[in-house]
Structures are given as C-alpha cells and as structure tokens.
Design a protein around this ligand. Structure first.
Ligand SMILES: [Zn+2]
Length: 319
C-alpha cells in the first residue's frame, strides 16, 4: 500500500482513495457538536455530508479533492465491503466488546496481526481482507455483544476523524497488509442468521414476476433508507417497513428478508441495529394489516405507485 498521510482529513482521504479505498465525507465534530447542527443528531460526526452517502464513495482524486475543499474538516468515511476489499471488525469495550473478543479468541484461535485503528470512542477497528463472498453488516448480533461487523453496504469512520467525544481516530497499526479472516470468524460471518419475528409467516413460494416486483420494491425502499437525511432516518425506515409489510401481508415477500435488508440499510446510515429492528418490526406489523399487491390502488405513496408502474410493464398479474 502507498504511503499514508493522515495529517489532515483531506490528506487522509486522498491517501485512502489512492490505495483503492472509496471514501466520502461525513459530518464533523466542532465546538458545538455535529456540523449538521441538529440538536438531536443521533450519530454525531458519523453521518454522510453528501446525498447518496456511501453509494457516492469515490477513489477519484478530483472528486475527493472537491469534497474536502468544500468541507476541510469533514470526517473521513471509508466504504467497506467488496468495493474496498475491506471487512472491519468493530470492537466497542463500552458494550462488552473486549470480553466478547477475548472469549471468541480463547474458544478458537488468535487473530492474525493486521491494521488496527484506535477509535475516538476508545474501541478498535480491526481490518481484514474481504473474502470475496457476501459479508453482511451486523451490530452486536453475529459475533456477540459489543462487536459490530462492517462489510458489504457499510462504512467506517477513519483516522484522523474526530469522534463526538472530541478524541481522534488513530492508526495503531497502519494498513500495510490486510490479513485474511480466520476460518472460524468467516464461518460466523457466513452463517445465516434467523431473526424472524414470531408473528411472521414462513416464506411463501411465489412466481417469478411477482417476486421481481417485490424485489424492486425492496431495493427501492432500502435505497431510500440509505439516502435518508439525518433527522428523518427513523421515519423513513418506518415508512419503508410499513410499505414492505404490505407486500409481506400479501404473501409476496418474507418478513425476515425485509428485516435483513432494511437493517443493513439502517446501519449504513448510522442507526443502531436494535433501534432499527424495533422500528422495522413495528412498521412491518402495521403494514401487514394492509396487504398490497401490484397495481393495488391503495398504495399511498406516489413513489411506490411509480415503482409499481415501472414493473407492471412486464407483469400481467393485475387482480
Ligand atoms: Zn449530525
């Protein structure tokens, strides 16, 4: 990897981009808190400065220059997942992450030495090479309390960004080479999770066209959740869960898929997993009461209607 210059957010962003890690600017922490100026900001210094968030992450030098010319103190976010080749294990000692990792290591084997970031929150980011197969984001569920995983569709805040505590993220061990995830850890990240709500029915066999329609709706809602500006993330998530709950109610989509996809999207915007799950389940429950199929006129949101119109073309499944 190239020489790292993390003297300023700008130089760091350029360094990361130069070594192939897509970056994007996040809000920064100043004397009066998060630069978004929202008094109730729920992820100070961690949410995107730009509209499409991690989807706009770039390795292009000019793009990166332009962002940090505009916001010189912007915190630096690095996209994780297949795009950067990174999987980050995020250990939060305040939620028991150190103990969880100690017992994982005691029960399996030590982790290969690799790049380590000391986070501004007093935790650690351990960087690994992406294995080339899908790695989902998770927060405290997959590996245990206090350990988050940032993989596909995720991002991490990188040095020298400033945390809400005022502390900077620092490289403890700089990123010279990325170790492979040990087999046991990869196995835990790979195992499908079952997080099905009790009231949710099993996935239903559906025809391809209907399934395609549901998929478009699912992707559209997930994109919207990822793009939601700070302050409306929870309400956007709730609306998305409601809208998809209507499709679950019609038996066209299964609830655990909706939960997975929306939770990923919510984590990507900086919402906590547990908070997100509560919102998603409540939205799903409400949506289940009002089932909706393609060409249903009951759909309240114009964008939902637009999505339906888009996919109606190839679907001859009107009621
Ligand atoms: Zn903010």
């Amino acid at each position: 990897m190239t020489d790292l210059n993390v003297d300023t957010p700008r130089s760091a962003a350029l360094s990361y981009a130069a070594q192939g890690w897509p970056v994007f600017p996040c809000h920064s922490i100043g004397a009066r808190g998060c630069s978004c100026c929202q008094p109730d900001c729920s992820s100070p210094g961690k949410h995107p400065r730009i509209a499409r968030g991690l989807h706009a992450a770039s390795t292009n030098r000019e793009t990166v220059e332009r962002w940090w010319r505009r916001w010189p103190s912007a915190n630096v976010a690095v996209r994780t997942g297949i795009e950067s080749g990174l999987v980050v294990i995020d250990i939060d000692p305040q939620h028991g992450g150190s103990g969880t990792m100690r017992s994982l290591i005691a029960n399996h084997s030590p982790l290969a030495r690799g790049p380590v970031v000391r986070t501004g929150a007093g935790g650690w980011h351990l960087l690994f090479a992406h294995p080339g197969e899908p790695i989902r984001n998770s927060a405290g569920t997959r590996l245990g309390a206090g350990i988050d995983v940032r993989g596909d569709g995720g991002y991490v805040i990188a040095p020298p960004s400033r945390h809400a505590s005022g502390n900077l993220y620092r490289w403890n061990t700089p990123p010279e080479h990325l170790p492979r995830l040990p087999g046991w850890l990869l196995g835990m990240l790979r195992t499908p999770e079952r997080r099905q709500s009790p009231e949710i029915r099993e996935p239903i066999r559906i025809d391809d066209a209907l399934s395609a329609w549901a998929r478009v709706a699912l992707d559209g809602e997930a994109d919207r959740v990822r793009a939601a500006p700070n302050g409306s993330r929870n309400s956007t998530l709730n609306r998305a869960a409601f809208s998809l709950g209507q499709i679950v109610g019609a038996g066209v989509l299964d609830a655990s898929t909706v939960e997975h996809v929306l939770t990923d999207g919510a984590i990507a915007t900086g919402l906590g997993e547990r908070e997100a799950l509560l919102t998603i389940r409540s939205g799903l429950r409400a949506g289940l009461q009002h089932p909706r199929e393609p060409r249903s006129r009951s759909s309240a949101s114009p964008s939902a209607a637009r999505r339906e119109a888009t996919v109606d073309v190839g679907l001859d499944i009107a009621p």
